[in-house]
Design a protein around this ligand. Structure first.
Ligand SMILES: C[S@@+](CC[C@H](N)C(=O)[O-])C[C@H]1O[C@@H](n2cnc3c(N)ncnc32)[C@H](O)[C@@H]1O
Length: 405
């Protein structure tokens, strides 16, 4: 059996207990309907219409379960297809869906056969493409499986935040070749426990999967096939499949100015660069990016996909913060700080925008918020612009007329 298939049959990923579904819903990015609408449908999707989604390499079902549950919550007539080559992973995903009374079409097979399953308005593919023998064939297959107007939510590994992983994968691959998965795990764990203190994995604070579960350890350090993508490599892989990046989910992480001193000389040099060049420099400077999470679409028209605050009909949703609490913080401090990848970031939003944030309850449109606050559209837009820039940079604000948080 192929080494990667053998791994995911022995250690379905991520390790999940279907009984936990009664207690919590795991949410993440990509594939929350608010995000899908914001990044791929300009915040204007009509969720009363049928929605065909494919979760490709869905594993034990985190993305599948979240998407299916959120779509059920808003009454969207969705048809969701699960695709993975691991039977063991499928069994966990099926049990999780059953525990919630949710339905999907379950397919055991190769991601490269996705086009044979139909055409999809949305495809989730998280943590999979970098494990394929020919990743380009996977990108092309997903592109071919998109319906007109459809798009993708992707996650692929990034090299710098995974510093220390690849030397150990190489060492363990050579040392344990021919061993059964359980033996690799036992010996690999013993080897990691004895690593010298100067080893990069031992020193890398961004990595914790090997401590979380056997499946996590195996996935990180004993993987048989795993290649990370720099921003430039990712953009090139997308382009070869006729796709283009719409946006990273946290575009502020890809702004090199965040990692450089404030200096007119540096600003002048950054201004000469294209967005992909700046994003690549940011990745190199940051050092802490271990995955790229992004939305992508066919290159033609990809620039029209992202929601913008230009329309009074746009409905803003805050994610990860209650509107009134965030508004109080902005009123007091003119912004806030958050920590991502062990790194602190400052978000500046003028205190005058606080009442606008407080009114963003996920139901009112921008036009209604402006009217409620007695602001004409121009005055409103000037203040909302700072809210939009600050929050969308960190995936904390989405526009959708029909999805919910
Ligand atoms: C790291 S797991 C990610 C699971 C899930 N997408 C998530 O983010 O939680 C990778 C999954 O991709 C599946 N996979 C890898 N290569 C595949 C292929 N060529 N075709 C279908 N599934 C594949 C594995 O079986 C495994 O379940």
């Amino acid at each position: 059996m192929d080494a990667v298939r053998e791994q995911y049959e022995a250690f379905p990923y991520p390790a999940r207990d279907p009984a936990e579904e009664a207690r919590r819903l795991i949410e993440g990015s990509p594939s929350h309907p608010l995000e899908i609408d914001h990044y791929l449908f300009a915040g204007r999707r009509d969720w009363t219409q049928p929605f065909r989604a494919l979760v490709a390499g869905a594993g034990t079902g985190d993305g599948l379960v979240m998407l299916a549950q959120k779509l059920a919550d808003i009454g969207c007539p969705a048809e969701i297809t699960y695709l993975d080559m691991s039977v063991a992973a499928r069994q966990v995903a099926e049990a999780r869906m059953a525990a919630r009374g949710l339905a999907a079409r379950f397919v055991t097979g190769d991601l490269c056969e996705a086009p044979a399953l139909g055409r999809f308005d949305y495809i989730d593919c998280c943590g999979v493409l970098h494990h394929l023998p020919e990743p380009d064939a996977g990108f092309a297959a997903l592109a071919a499986a998109l319906a007109e107007g459809g798009g993708l939510g992707l996650m692929v590994y990034a090299p710098h935040g995974r510093t220390g992983v690849y030397p150990l994968q190489a060492a363990f691959g050579a040392l344990f070749s021919g061993d059964a998965p359980e033996t690799r795990l036992r010996l690999g764990r013993a080897a990691v426990a004895a690593l010298p203190e100067g080893n990069w994995l031992a020193r890398n604070p961004h990595l914790g999967d090997h401590r979380s579960s056997d499946a996590g350890f195996y996935d990180l350090l004993l993987h048989g096939r795993d290649r990370p993508y720099t921003v430039t490599e990712l953009d090139a892989a997308l382009a070869r499949a006729g796709l283009a990046r719409v946006s990273f989910t946290e575009p502020a992480l890809y702004d090199p100015a965040r990692y450089l001193p404030e200096s007119p000389e540096i600003a002048e040099r950054l201004a000469r660069l294209s967005e992909p060049e700046r994003a690549q420099i940011a990745e190199h400077l940051a050092g802490h990016i271990k995955t790229h999470t992004l939305y992508a679409a066919p290159a033609a028209g990809a620039g029209e996909r992202l929601a913008r605050p230009a329309s009074a009909a746009a409905v803003p949703h805050l994610r990860g913060a209650a509107p009134r609490a965030l508004a109080a913080q902005v009123a007091k401090s003119g912004g806030f700080r958050l920590t991502l990848n062990g790194t602190g970031f400052a978000v500046t939003i003028p205190a005058a925008a606080a009442p606008l944030i407080a009114a963003a309850d996920g139901r009112a449109s921008l036009g209604e918020i402006a009217a409620r606050l007695g602001l004409d559209w121009l005055a409103f837009s000037a203040r909302w612009g700072a809210v939009h820039r600050g929050l969308t940079g960190f995936n904390l604000l989405h526009y959708s007329r029909g999805a919910r948080g």
